[in-house]
Design a protein around this ligand. Structure first.
Ligand SMILES: Nc1ncnc2c1ncn2[C@@H]1O[C@H](COP(=O)(O)OP(=O)(O)OP(=O)(O)O)[C@@H](O)[C@H]1O
Length: 227
């Protein structure tokens, strides 16, 4: 199967203060195949979120090559990166970042509205389809604030899928949830992965969930220690 994501020799340094430069990622090589579900684990401060931000085109590497769905993104402008991010990648974070004044349906429509500017019946239908997929059809017109943490995270997953991304990135998606809700959210992501062949890369501290992914990539001190 084709690779949805290829990283070659990715390095990332941050400037701390005016002169001190610290390298946080020391040459990461990673491939994720289309339809693969990968867990990234590692100690706090090892560079997992930095890596996910680079994969998600939210930050640029200091050096190295990054290919998303076969496209070399190294020389793309910021505007082109934003466009690619909007279409190829869906994001789920530890905090759901739903807009609390909006309904579940409106939150799911947001990426489509940002892309196309104005609402349409097709967008409404897509939102309905996605809310059904995450088991929240009845909650379509409820404000996000009136939903449980697990339900809010399921809305966030529906929103992440709105643009039919090839790859979903999730940073501690179950970190704020109780055990039962974490299980439900993980099972939902896994079933979407299986049914729709969407690739997932999730950062998690939850080892029992990580063990149920296709592959575990362990990051230690800015390098891949295994996986
Ligand atoms: N914008 C930044 N400027 C300077 N240093 C940064 C920046 N972002 C991250 N770092 C540093 O990079 C290192 C890796 O941080 P990162 O957040 O990627 O780790 P992590 O593995 O995701 O940790 P955690 O599991 O605690 O979320 C840390 O030492 C952090 O202080």
């Amino acid at each position: 199967m084709a690779d949805v994501l290829v990283l070659e020799g990715i390095r990332k340094s941050f400037n701390i203060g005016t002169s001190v430069e610290t390298e946080v990622l020391h040459g990461i090589d990673l491939r994720v195949r289309a339809g693969e579900f990968v867990a990234i684990i590692g100690p706090s401060g090892s560079g997992k979120s930095t890596l996910l931000n680079i994969i998600g085109l939210l930050d640029r590497p200091t050096s190295g090559n990054l290919f998303i769905t076969g496209l070399d993104v190294s020389d793309l402008s910021d505007a082109a990166l934003t466009g690619l991010r909007g279409h190829a990648i869906g994001f789920v974070f530890q905090h759901h970042y739903l807009i609390s004044a909006f309904t579940a349906g409106e939150n799911v429509m947001m990426p489509m509205l940002v892309d196309r500017g104005r609402p349409s019946p097709a967008m409404e239908r897509r939102a309905d389809e996605l809310l059904s997929l995450v088991g929240l059809t009845k909650w379509r017109n409820n404000k996000a604030t009136n939903m449980s943490g697990g339900q809010q995270q399921r809305v966030a997953i529906a929103r992440a899928l709105a643009m039919k991304p090839a790859l979903v990135l999730a940073d501690e998606p179950t970190g704020n949830l109780d055990t039962a809700s974490a299980e439900a959210v993980f099972a939902l992501m896994r079933s979407i992965n299986r049914d729709q062949a969407t690739s997932f890369v999730i950062v998690t501290h939850n080892l029992s969930l990580a063990q149920r992914c296709d592959r575990i990539v362990q990051v230690v001190d800015g390098q891949i220690a295994s996986g």
